[in-house]
Design a protein. Structure first.
Length: 326
């Protein structure tokens, strides 16, 4: 004779097992402000896949690309508050919080990838301490390509940029606009294509990848390869969310992050020449800056380096000294 209580006990245990299984899986949202086809986003997506594989599905990270979860200026706060467990930010965008964030956006301080790596290594202890105080941990950091000037008209000097409508997406790019006499307009990358199409901006400084991703070549036909600085994106995690992981999962995330950082630096360098080639194939004139334009922009860089050292004080001077000794 069938025991009705046995069925009830089996059902109860099945429900408990399902509940425990559900609790065993952790889900993170990772906010990103760039298109799914951008190499930063592709790298992060691979990182999420690596974590999934290494943890046997115990930690699932959903990447929300192209500012679909939070807009670029909102991401750091979202991670800090736990609204998103993780997110990607452009460090230089947060210069108003602390000068340390602005370091890799100081023009002509580090203009090659080896220099950019040394600069990051020199600033990392101060950066980690700063973010830890805000309840945030850096998972990994990946550079953009060296920054150049996109402009509708051909230019031979900084004077040719006076009065031009200039995209300012960070304190550093806004300061450059001020120093060259351009009109700064605050535009984030997700809004850039529309801003160019409607004439809201006529010029901006960024990498070849941004120019390609946003189809800048459809609206602006000149790129001056000034190689002014190499900004970096940091992939952040809420410290409490990370600390809540078990030791094995933490180790898997840390390993996947280290792999993503190494992969990202390699891809960034490979993509730099590729993006310039792709821009040229689509009608963009890729110019070597004239000696006058180069001199003018380096003067801007000198002013901004002095301003940064003044704002960053003894800690900043120590970082730059460490960088220059490496």
């Amino acid at each position: 004779m069938r025991n009705p209580y046995a069925h009830a006990v089996v059902t109860a245990f099945a429900g408990l097992a399902f509940s425990l299984g559900a609790h065993a899986q952790t889900k993170w949202d990772l906010a990103n402000a760039y298109p799914a086809t951008n190499y930063h986003t592709e790298n992060i997506t691979q990182f999420a896949k690596d974590v999934d594989a290494a943890t046997g599905g115990k930690l699932k990270i959903t990447v929300h690309a192209n500012a679909s979860l939070f807009k670029a200026p909102e991401i750091k706060r979202a991670v800090q508050s736990g609204q998103a467990q993780a997110g990607e930010i452009l460090l230089a965008n947060y210069a108003n919080e602390n000068p340390i964030y602005a370091l890799d956006g100081v023009p002509f301080l580090a203009t090659t990838y080896p220099e950019a790596r040394k600069l990051y290594d020199a600033s990392k202890p101060a950066m980690d301490k700063l973010l830890a105080a805000q309840g945030i941990k850096v998972l990994f950091v990946v550079p953009w390509a060296p920054q150049g000037i996109y402009t509708k008209k051909e230019i031979g000097s900084a004077a040719d940029l006076r009065g031009i409508k200039w995209r300012a997406y960070s304190p550093a790019t806004a300061k450059i606009a001020e120093l060259i006499g351009a009109q700064p307009v605050q535009i984030q990358q997700a809004e850039l294509s529309a801003a160019m199409a409607t004439g809201v901006i006529e010029s901006y400084m960024s990498s070849g990848s941004t120019g390609y991703d946003t189809k800048t070549f459809e609206h602006i036909k000149n790129f001056y390869d000034t190689q002014a600085w190499i900004p970096k994106n940091a992939i952040l995690v809420n410290a409490k969310a990370f600390d809540a992981l078990d030791a094995t999962t933490k180790a898997a995330v840390t390993k996947a992050a280290a792999d993503a950082e190494a992969r990202g630096w390699k891809v960034a360098q490979e993509k730099n020449d590729e993006y310039k080639r792709l821009l040229a194939e689509r009608g963009m004139k890729v110019h070597k800056p004239s000696p006058k334009l180069d001199t003018d922009m380096r003067q801007v860089g000198g002013i901004m380096q002095a301003d940064w050292l003044k704002a960053a004080g003894a800690d900043g001077a120590s970082i730059v000294d460490t960088y220059k000794k490496k």
